[in-house]
Structure formats: structure tokens, C-alpha cells
Write a protein that binds this ligand. Structure first.
Ligand SMILES: [Zn+2]
Ligand SMILES: [Zn+2]
Length: 369
């Protein structure tokens, strides 16, 4: 078990001594006060950023859970009593409110040395200004949204959070068997309403047993480990380009940002991933069944070389209140993809519905003549 000392405090601003932060727009460590850009390059600090993005053996990690553990002892964790999200701070910051739900009810969470260190990270690329711009456009593109909504892009709250994810790789080999159905048509005679004999074509299915084998390599199957961001929303801003753009974890990337600690553990995540893979394999096998349709599909899958990574991905969390309700929007901090909830304008919906009814009325009158 290797416990690396946290690199807290290693990067004071050379001009004013303030703490440098990871700047998404400049892709560098920048001083939030005087704007000085540090010369830090990934991998140049203490070697912890050097190297490659490595996959970890899944079976070994499940057998010996203490392997891979030992996240920097200098981190501090707080848990929100309202939404239960756990935030991790490695840069000495102290939070007053929960970054996920805004609640002030946060308490220290005892940071047992049981957390698996993030092995790689997708650094923030979409900046504060860029995400504001995109959210404003998103508001504008919503159907039936109240007109005032666009203005709220200026009053909402915006938080950049590194969200925990698990990725899984596996070589899958699946044997399948099924009944392949081939359509054919027979001619049927029947009597119509006037008592006349008529013929028609009727579809029939000829069932033939079929079997085969499918091999597939799953690369970075994603499972979220978050509780702070609604699962339904975070799944809509996937994918995160993990197979091409991950970099080895280095604490510099999270300076000035909030990091969420995972609460879906490796074992749970591995089982979610297996279900996801099983579903995809079933679809792949189904596509191989010859003929026009199939039934009784049985898939027997074997997985080999299963590996995983614990990673952090960038998510912008936007919350705004409209009237008395509050709404949440999330944006992928790398691709800019947005998903969220919106209020509806009943005036607009009623107008549209009325317009549709009038149109139907006009068409009926036209056809009725
Ligand atoms: Zn400075
Ligand atoms: Zn909260």
C-alpha cells in the first residue's frame, strides 16, 4: 500500500502567495486573485502525476479490499445531513454550505482510511463562463418554458464538482441459442360482409433452432458512484470521454473544486456493471439470430480479464428557483452536454393546445364539405 503525501500547499501563487486553482479555460493552475498562471505541468510536481492511466485487476481488488486504498491522509471529508453527499477537500478549504443542495447542515465525516484513491481524472475543460453561456442557450431552447426563464441564468447558483465514477473493462464471450423465426405467407379464403368469397395473405412463422457465439470487449463501462447528483440526470450527460482523455490523478486538478467521495462501493458498482454488460451482450446476441424474429433466447456469458478504475469526472451543477420551486440542471464539464428539469408555462401550453384544436376544427370543416 503506497500512501503518497498530499501536495497541499506546494503551489502558492509566485506573485501573491494565495492558493492556485485549476483553471478550466486555461487548462493550467491559475491564481484566482491576481491571475498569475503557474508553470506547473501535469506530472512535474512530485511524480504522482506522471505515468499512464492504469487499469486495476478487479478480482484481486474484490478479494483484498485493502489493496489500492490509502487516499491522502491530509484530506478532510464533510457529509451533508440533507442530501447525504460527502465532499472531500484536499486543499485546506472549509465549506459553509453543501455544494450539492445548498444546505448549511454539514458535519465532519470521519475519513477512515478506507477510500480507494482516484486513479485518474478527467480535468474540467468547460469554464464557468462557457457553462453559463450554454445554460442560457439551453433555457432558450426549451419548449413551453416561461419567458422569464432566460433571465434566471444570471441568478442561479453554479458549482463545479468532481463526481466519482467507476469504469469496468472485460473480455466477454457469450454462447447463445434461440428459435429463429422466418416469416412466410399463406392464402386464406373468407367471406366478406356481402357474402362474397375473398382471399387474403396471412403471416406465419416457421421456427428453426439456431445457436452461435459472440465475443465482445467492453472498454470503460461506466457506473456512477455519486449520491450528490441525481442519477437520472448524470446518466443523461454521459458519455465522459474516458477512453481517450483521462489523465493520471494529480491533486493539482482538483484545487479550487469540490470532490465528491464515492458512496457506491467497488462491489456494488461491479455488480451494476455486470448487469449493464449482460444487457448489452443480450442485445448483441439477439442481433445475430437469423431470420425475421426470435424467441427463447438464452445467453451464457463468461467474462475474463476484468479490470476497473476509480475516476473523477467534471460536472457542473446548476440550481435555480423559479417561483417557489427549485430546479436542477447538470452539465458535463468536459463535453458541455446538458440535462435538467425546467418549469413549464401553462399559458404557452394552453395557447398551443388551443391552436391545435382550432387547426383540427378547420381541417374537419374542410374535409366535411
Ligand atoms: Zn496571486
Ligand atoms: Zn446536500
Amino acid at each position: 500500500m503506497s500512501t503518497k503525501p498530499a501536495t497541499v500547499g506546494l503551489h502558492p501563487c509566485p506573485e501573491c502567495g494565495a492558493n492556485l486553482e485549476w483553471n478550466a479555460a486555461k487548462q493550467a493552475l491559475v491564481c484566482p486573485y491576481c491571475g498569475t498562471t503557474a508553470s506547473w505541468q501535469p506530472g512535474s510536481s512530485d511524480g504522482s502525476g506522471a505515468g499512464e492511466v492504469l487499469e486495476q485487476d478487479l478480482e484481486a481488488a474484490l478479494r483484498d479490499p485493502r489493496n489500492q486504498r490509502g487516499w491522502s491522509a491530509q484530506r478532510r471529508e464533510v457529509q451533508c445531513q440533507n442530501c447525504h453527499a460527502i465532499s472531500v477537500f484536499t486543499d485546506g478549504r472549509v465549506a459553509q454550505r453543501c455544494d450539492f443542495c445548498g444546505s448549511p447542515a454539514i458535519v465532519a465525516h470521519e475519513a477512515f482510511d478506507d477510500a480507494i484513491t482516484p486513479q485518474s481524472i478527467l480535468p474540467f475543460k468547460i469554464s464557468h463562463a462557457q457553462v453559463r453561456d450554454r445554460v442560457r442557450k439551453w433555457y432558450g431552447s426549451r419548449w413551453f418554458a416561461p419567458n422569464q426563464l432566460k433571465a434566471s441564468a444570471l441568478t442561479d447558483t453554479l458549482k463545479g464538482i468532481y463526481v466519482p465514477y467507476w469504469t469496468f473493462d472485460a473480455h466477454a464471450q457469450a454462447r447463445w441459442r434461440a428459435d429463429a423465426g422466418h416469416y412466410y405467407y399463406t392464402t386464406q379464403t373468407y367471406r366478406d360482409a356481402n357474402g362474397q368469397t375473398q382471399t387474403r395473405q396471412v403471416q406465419q412463422v416457421r421456427w428453426v433452432p439456431a445457436a452461435g457465439e459472440v465475443r465482445h470487449f467492453f472498454d470503460d463501462d461506466l457506473v456512477p458512484g455519486t449520491v450528490g447528483v441525481p442519477l437520472a440526470l448524470v446518466r443523461k450527460i454521459e458519455p465522459f470521454p474516458t477512453t481517450t482523455n483521462l489523465v493520471p490523478y494529480s491533486p493539482e486538478y482538483v484545487r479550487g473544486w469540490t470532490v465528491e467521495r464515492y458512496q457506491v462501493d467497488l462491489r456494488q458498482a461491479a455488480s451494476v456493471s455486470e448487469q449493464q454488460m449482460q444487457q448489452q451482450l443480450r442485445a448483441l446476441c439477439a442481433a445475430r439470430v437469423p431470420g425475421d424474429t426470435y424467441r427463447n433466447l438464452v445467453v451464457d456469458a463468461q467474462y475474463q480479464g476484468r479490470t476497473f478504475k476509480h475516476i473523477l469526472v467534471p460536472v457542473w451543477l446548476i440550481s435555480y428557483t423559479f417561483g417557489k420551486k427549485s430546479f436542477q440542471i447538470v452539465a458535463n464539464g468536459y463535453t458541455g452536454q446538458i440535462a435538467g428539469k425546467q418549469p413549464y408555462s401553462w399559458v404557452k401550453i394552453t395557447l398551443a393546445a388551443t391552436a391545435a384544436l382550432v387547426l383540427v376544427g378547420v381541417l374537419l370543416m374542410y374535409w366535411g364539405r
